[in-house]
Design a protein around this ligand. Sequence first.
Ligand code: ADP
Ligand code: MG
Length: 357
Amino acid sequence: MTEDFISLQSIRKSYGPVVAVDNVDLQIAQGTFFSLLGPSGCGKTTLLSLLGGLDVPTSGKIFIDGADVTTTPSYRRPTNMVFQSYAIFPHLDISQNVAYGLRRMGLSRQEITQRVGRMLELVRLDGFGDRKPDQISGGQAQRVALARALVMQPKVLLLDEPLSALDKRLRQSMQIELRAIQREVGITFVFVTHDQEEALTLSDRIAVMARGQVLQCSSPAELYDHPVSYEVADFVGEMNFLPAVVQSSREGETRVSIPSLGEHTLTGAHPRYRKGDAVRVAVRPENIDLAAANGSPSFRIADRAYFGSRVHFILNGDGTPITAALHSAAARKLDSLCAGDAVSVSFDSETAIILPA
Ligand code: ADP
Ligand code: MG
């Protein structure tokens, strides 16, 4: 496995005054499910188009499998693309749709039939080959688009928000299937999404983008547990940001004072702060613990919402509201408490992250 199977070096793409991709460096290892995650307009589609050769960077270089493909046209790259609007041909049946690219390559009828059959099996559409596109569901149509791209045996499959047109349930089951298919074929997937949950579920690695730049590139767990900035922490998952003041700080260990929550020592990689610096302490809702008030800090229940296995409590104190997500068993112990009742709030310092204010 090569770690830099795909290598983007100082990639920039501007459209007139608009800088769509701004000095991006990325390495993507062979066989990974890699996601580009970020809000609409951050440059994801542009970056994917540059990888697929639908567009040429203003500056920088792109290597795939050791070859400089920066200016190589799309049809000569080892890439294939699946779009959000899976334009499958309405007048061709499912098999003919999947066979389309192979026919153009001039393969024998027998080889085409074999490869199409294997692909339809892979995307679990065996038996659907004779149907027309208007006789299948949206999820099945997206699988046809996937089969049509994979049948060409690309080294890299580029997917631009392929599931975003599907309803939530279907999207979730397609996510699981897509992941399983990627594992089975072992092809490198570069997957674009604006949905952080989707990226976390599917990916081996995620590059978080904003304003054409990559803010962080890491594994889903690393991204969730150790976001490198406020912007990343705010975008990925739910997060409480507690304003705090630095009491003392040395390399990798800072003591802070958080109004209503007392003093805490925070560890983990972070820069050294100065006494008196204003910072934000980021704590995930599931890392906040609640108990019936015992005289200590003053928070009140503003609201609570049930999410099946979890219950979310919204708490008001002096400052910004805090969200706590409790397992239903832990939440049950607080059943007698109503909106307006006082609770004491605590969190495990080890799970908290210190970020500049
Ligand atoms: P995303 O896919 O993350 O939503 P895009 O890559 O489509 O973002 O767009 C990034 C930025 O580049 C946006 O500001 C968009 O308006 C601009 N942009 C994209 N393509 C073009 C184009 N062909 N001409 C001009 N501006 C473009
Ligand atoms: Mg896009």
